[in-house]
Design a protein around this ligand. Sequence first.
Ligand code: NCD
Length: 319
Amino acid sequence: METERLKHIVSAEQFTSPCLIERIFKRAREMRFGVEHGLCDQTLKSRVMGTVFYEASTRTRFSFEVAMLRLGGGVTGTESAGHFSSATKGETLEDSIRVIGGYVDVIVLRHSECGAAARAASVSPVPIINAGDGDGEHPTQALLDLFTIVEEIGDPKGKHVVFVGDLLKGRTVHSLSHLLDLAHARMSFISPRVLRLPQELREKLAMRGLGIFEGERLQDVIASADVVYVTRVQKERLEGIEGVSLDGSDYCLKPELVASMKPSAIIMHPLPRNNEIPISINADPRAAYFRQAQNGLYVRMALLEELLPPRSRRKSAHL
Ligand code: NCD
């Protein structure tokens, strides 16, 4: 069944339609096949994507740019918009987006303020993709995370997903928990008290789905986990919350904890990691975080196509 097309991607809460998610994942699998066999269709030829990043990025920016290039489109933008755009001259985000939207066909925006993507979408003449807005959301990461879970362990319905680390400021957790809630997964949230889920999100999740468990001891839940989703402390967003470091703590995935995990479980991390997953874990086949990052390319290819459906041909007489 054909579902309504997306205009912008601002929040994971937009993905309430299982048909839409299934369509994106099906296309992502086709994209993976295309990339692996050198058979990508040039479906976005003559389209241009603008990447406007006010915050640092490795995976998100590279995977979006490569996604567009692999589909035959062009890419422009700035990886340091706070320094190299008219923001330095006092231009508002809204004005910048209106102007850039006149040049490109889609804008991928990363910003340090929660709500920035929604503000941009409210004025943009072209689709906005939220590539992370402060401690708000990161919906395309959530889609690639869900895709990874489906590919690695199957339907998340009834599966136990344990989130650990900085759940307060970690935007990937905020977005993925919405999708897993809709998919009827069981979720546990393990963190020190100062890094618990934001109140508003806790209330939303508690009201829906299977209910949630919050605790402070990873060792109590890890043996029943199907997915352990580890996050780093978002130091850049924790001003005013003093002395939060999880280094060496029980929130790090020490080898003895990994030893108690099910053989079929997987370890995920949006990356970058600090010390919360030791390098030695990379060799464990359950370590899925690099496969997860790779999936970002295929899911973002599918999302770009979803937002930019093929143009109807214009007759030269109209030009
Ligand atoms: C995350 C982000 O930027 O929110 N990284 C990513 O996009 N893969 C996670 C993080 O920075 O900790």
